[in-house]
Design a protein around this ligand. Structure first.
Ligand SMILES: Cc1cc2nc3c(=O)[nH]c(=O)nc-3n(C[C@H](O)[C@H](O)[C@H](O)COP(=O)(O)OP(=O)(O)OC[C@H]3O[C@@H](n4cnc5c(N)ncnc54)[C@H](O)[C@@H]3O)c2cc1C
Length: 490
C-alpha cells in the first residue's frame, strides 16, 4: 500500500492550495480529484460568473456610452462568443493549476476518494495510507422537492452560466448572492427577471442600508423582487414559449428585446411558479426557473463514518478552530465545513492546515471579507455596528458617499458609500462596508485595517492617490474622526 504524509481530497481553491503549500514544506502529498482541477470556483463559480458579469457590464457600458461621447450603433451581444471565451478561460486556468501542481511535485490522482479506515483511503482500486488527511470536497447546489433541476427548464447556477441562448424571462428562486449576481448578468443582456425570496429582504443577513442601494438599482432595471414570498409549486408547461409564439416578453416595455443574442429559433418550454405572497397565491410565469436557494456539503461518497468524522445537522463537517475534525489527524477546509462559502476562505484555511501539518504552527483565524458582484457591488469585512455593540464596543460610524468623490463622478459611478465602523474609545477599525463601484477591490484596504487592528488615523493619514476610489476609505475614516474634507461633518 502506498504511504504518504498527506492526502488532500478535492482540488478546489481549498484543496489545491493546501496541497501545494504542503509540498512546499517538503511533504509527500497526494491530491485526489474526481472531476476537474479548480473545483466549483474555477469551473462553475467565481471565475466563469465574474467573466460573464464583466461581459454583460461591458455591453451595457458601451450601449450607455453616449454621455461620454462613445457613440456605437447596432451593438449586439453574441452569446456563442461569450461562452467560447468562458470555456477557454476556464481551460487556461485549469492548465495553470495542473502546471503548478506538477512544478511542486504534488501527485494528482483522478477519481473519487472513499475512506476505508481513519488512516486509509481508496481511489478506484488503489488504497493509500497517510499520516494526515485534508477533506476539501466543497459544496453543491441545494434543491428542494418539487423544484428538481432538469438542466433545461429548471436550472442550477451551473447550467445558467452555460446558457448559450437568452430566454425572455427568468424566474429566480432565492434572492441571495448567486441569484442576484446571475439575475443582474441576464438583466444587462435584456432578459426579464423576477426574483422570489422567502425572507423579508434580499441578501438576507446583509445590512439594510447596503441592500437599499442595490434595491434602488434593481428597481431602475425593472427587476421585480418578491420578498417574504414562498414558492409553493412548480409547473413545467408543455406549451412552447418561443420569442414569436407566445404572449410574453417581446413587447414588454423598454427592455432588451433587440439587445442580445436571443436566438429567435430557440423555443422555451416555460414554467409557472405558484408562490404565496401576503397570504395569497400568485402565479408567476417565465421561460426558465433558476434555483439558487443555498448549497449543501459534498460528502456522500466519502464514507465519513469509516473515518469517525462527525457532521452537523445540515451535513457540514464539524471542525475545531484549528480545522481538525472529530478524528484529529483529519482536517476539513472550505465549503464542506459550512459558511461563509467563499473561495478565499477555503484557500486561507488550506494554508492554515498546511502550516499546522507542515511546521506545527497553526495560523489563527482571520476576518473573512466578502464581496457581492451585483451592480453596484457590495463588500464587507469585520463587525457591523450592531455586532460591534453586541461585543461590548461603543461603536462609531464614519460614512462617505461616492457622490462626493471626484473619481466616482468622473466615471459616472456615484451610487453608494463607504462605511467604517470603529471603537469610539480606541479608534480601532472594527468593520468596513462598501456599496458602490469596485467595492470588491476596495474592500482589501478595509480588510488590511480590520485584520491588523489599524486605527482610523492610520487610514486617514495614509496618502491616497487622487483621483481614485480608495480615497473614499480615507474620507470615511476622516468622517468618523469628525473632520472629513469633502462632506459636512456632524
Ligand atoms: C455561481 C457561483 C459563483 C461564486 N462566486 C464566488 C465569488 O465570486 N467569490 C468567492 O469567494 N466564492 C464564490 N463562489 C463560491 C466558491 O466557488 C466556493 O466557496 C469555493 O469553490 C469553495 O472551495 P472548496 O475548495 O471548499 O470546494 P470546491 O471548489 O467545491 O471544490 C471541491 C472539489 O472536490 C471534489 N470532490 C468532491 N468529492 C470528492 C471525492 N469524494 N473525491 C475526490 N474529489 C472530490 C469536487 O469535484 C471539487 O472539484 C461561487 C459559487 C458559485 C456556485
Amino acid at each position: 500500500m502506498k504511504k504518504v504524509d498527506a492526502v488532500v481530497i478535492g482540488a478546489g481553491p481549498g484543496g489545491y492550495v493546501c496541497a501545494i503549500r504542503l509540498a512546499q514544506y517538503g511533504k509527500k502529498v497526494v491530491l485526489i480529484e474526481k472531476h476537474k482541477l479548480g473545483g466549483e470556483c474555477l469551473n462553475y463559480g467565481c471565475i466563469p460568473s465574474k467573466s460573464l458579469i464583466f461581459a454583460s457590464s461591458l455591453f451595457e457600458k458601451v450601449t450607455e456610452g453616449k454621455k461620454f461621447g462613445v457613440e456605437a450603433d447596432n451593438v449586439r451581444f453574441n452569446m456563442a462568443s461569450l461562452q467560447k471565451w468562458r470555456e477557454n478561460l476556464v481551460k487556461k486556468l485549469n492548465q495553470g493549476i495542473s502546471f503548478l501542481l506538477k512544478q511542486n511535485k504534488v501527485e494528482v490522482l483522478e477519481g473519487e476518494a472513499q475512506f476505508t479506515s481513519p488512516t486509509t483511503i481508496k481511489v478506484d482500486k488503489e488504497e493509500i495510507e497517510a499520516v494526515h488527511f485534508v477533506i476539501a470536497t466543497g459544496s453543491q447546489s441545494l434543491h428542494i422537492p418539487g423544484f428538481e433541476f432538469d438542466g433545461k427548464t429548471v436550472l442550477s447556477s451551473k447550467e445558467a452560466l452555460e446558457l448559450s441562448k437568452l430566454p425572455h424571462k427568468i424566474l429566480i428562486l432565492g434572492g441571495g448572492v448567486i441569484g442576484l449576481e446571475l439575475g443582474m448578468y441576464f438583466s444587462k443582456l435584456g432578459v426579464e427577471i423576477e426574483v422570489v425570496e422567502m425572507m423579508p429582504q434580499i441578501l438576507p443577513g446583509t445590512d439594510k442600508d447596503l441592500v437599499h442601494v442595490l434595491e434602488k438599482n434593481l428597481k431602475k432595471r425593472k427587476i421585480e423582487i418578491h420578498t417574504s414570498t414562498k414558492a409553493k409549486s412548480l409547473k413545467i408547461d408543455s406549451r412552447l414559449r418561443g420569442n414569436d409564439k407566445g404572449d410574453r416578453g417581446n413587447d414588454k416595455g423598454d427592455r432588451g428585446n433587440d439587445k442580445g443574442d436571443r436566438g429567435n429559433d430557440e423555443q422555451w418550454k416555460g414554467v409557472t411558479l405558484t408562490v404565496e405572497k401576503d397570504g395569497k397565491e400568485v402565479k408567476l410565469e417565465g421561460d426558465i426557473l433558476l434555483v439558487t436557494i443555498g448549497r449543501k456539503a459534498v460528502t456522500e461518497s466519502l464514507q465519513l463514518d469509516k473515518a469517525l468524522i462527525e457532521t452537523d445537522a445540515k451535513g457540514f463537517i464539524l471542525v475545531n478552530p484549528h480545522l481538525q475534525t472529530s478524528s484529529s489527524h483529519i482536517y476539513a477546509i472550505g465549503d464542506v465545513t459550512g459558511g461563509p462559502l467563499l473561495a478565499h476562505k477555503a484557500s486561507f484555511q488550506g494554508i492554515q492546515v498546511a502550516n499546522t501539518i507542515g511546521r506545527g504552527a497553526p495560523t489563527q483565524p482571520r476576518p473573512v471579507s466578502w464581496a457581492i458582484f451585483t451592480d453596484p457591488e457590495i463588500a464587507g469585512v469585520g463587525l457591523n455596528e450592531a455586532q460591534a455593540v453586541e461585543q461590548g464596543h461603543e461603536a462609531q460610524v464614519g460614512k462617505f458617499p461616492f457622490a462626493a468623490l471626484g473619481r466616482a463622478s468622473a466615471v459616472g459611478e456615484t451610487e453608494g458609500f463607504v462605511k467604517i465602523v470603529s471603537d469610539k474609545n480606541t479608534e480601532v477599525v472594527l468593520g468596513v462596508f462598501i456599496v458602490g463601484t469596485h467595492a470588491s477591490d476596495l474592500i482589501s484596504e478595509g480588510t488590511l485595517a480590520v485584520t491588523h487592528k489599524l486605527k482610523l488615523e492610520d487610514i486617514a493619514s495614509t496618502i491616497h492617490p487622487h483621483p481614485t476610489l480608495p480615497e473614499a476609505l480615507m474620507e470615511a475614516s476622516e468622517a468618523a474622526l469628525g473632520h472629513a474634507i469633502h462632506i459636512t461633518n456632524h
